[in-house]
Design a protein around this ligand. Structure first.
Ligand SMILES: CC(C)(COP(=O)(O)OP(=O)(O)OC[C@H]1O[C@@H](n2cnc3c(N)ncnc32)[C@H](O)[C@@H]1OP(=O)(O)O)[C@@H](O)C(=O)NCCC(=O)NCCS
Length: 170
């Protein structure tokens, strides 16, 4: 199975919404969002708003049949003293995991960071998400901290690991 990684287009909104809903519905609860992904309309508006915008980006992995099987989003930190930091979110369709898509999307994120004066990429991952942690470690992310009860999932507060990648290091 082959795929391409490219910047998202507003026309990808439908495919991204299907992917987001599917991954958010996985019982393990990989994502901080667990009450459904954003709607197609919201996704389309967001993708339109960030076109050629240096403070946020979305990349997709598109499979041979045109379906969207991966999403990576980036958003620059809003604080004036940490504008060199961007937060990232990542998901790959269950049917397309362990094919290198996550790694390829992270490589696109690093390129985006370099082109937009971002020096550091950071993310939160749940401690039980061993697949994601393995990917981030293999890619070169470092553990920077442990955030106790950082996310709310329904009535529960759950811990998260903070990881970061120094874009200037390589
Ligand atoms: C985490 C996730 C993005 C990984 O994406 P992926 O496309 O399957 O990852 P890749 O194929 O690029 O994996 C690259 C490397 O990461 C590591 N890795 C990835 N998944 C792994 C797993 N399940 N177990 C162990 N190592 C794993 C391996 O070193 C792998 O290299 P290899 O396949 O040559 O051994 C994917 O599992 C996913 O979308 N999960 C649900 C959503 C999610 O957890 N998002 C992250 C939230 S922080």
């Amino acid at each position: 199975m082959s795929y391409v990684v490219r910047p998202a287009d507003p026309a990808d909104a439908q495919g991204l919404s299907v992917l987001g809903d599917a991954v958010a519905a996985e019982p393990e609860g990989w994502l901080a969002t667990n009450n459904g992904w954003r709607t197609v309309g919201d996704e389309r508006r967001y993708l339109r708003a960030i076109r050629r915008y240096p403070h946020a980006g979305v990349f997709v992995a598109e499979a041979e049949d045109g379906s969207i099987v991966g999403r990576l989003s980036l958003a620059r930190d809003q604080h004036p003293a940490s504008r060199h930091v961007a937060d990232l979110g990542l998901m790959v369709a269950q049917s397309h995991r362990r094919m290198g898509i996550g790694r390829a999307l992270l490589a696109a994120a690093v390129e985006w960071a370099r082109a937009n004066d971002v020096r550091k990429l950071e993310l939160h991952v749940f401690p039980y998400n061993t697949a994601a942690i393995a990917l981030y470690e293999e890619f070169g992310f470092e553990h920077e901290g442990y955030r106790k009860q950082h996310y709310r999932r329904g009535d529960e507060f759950v811990d998260a690991i903070l990881m970061a990648y120094d874009v200037t290091a390589t």
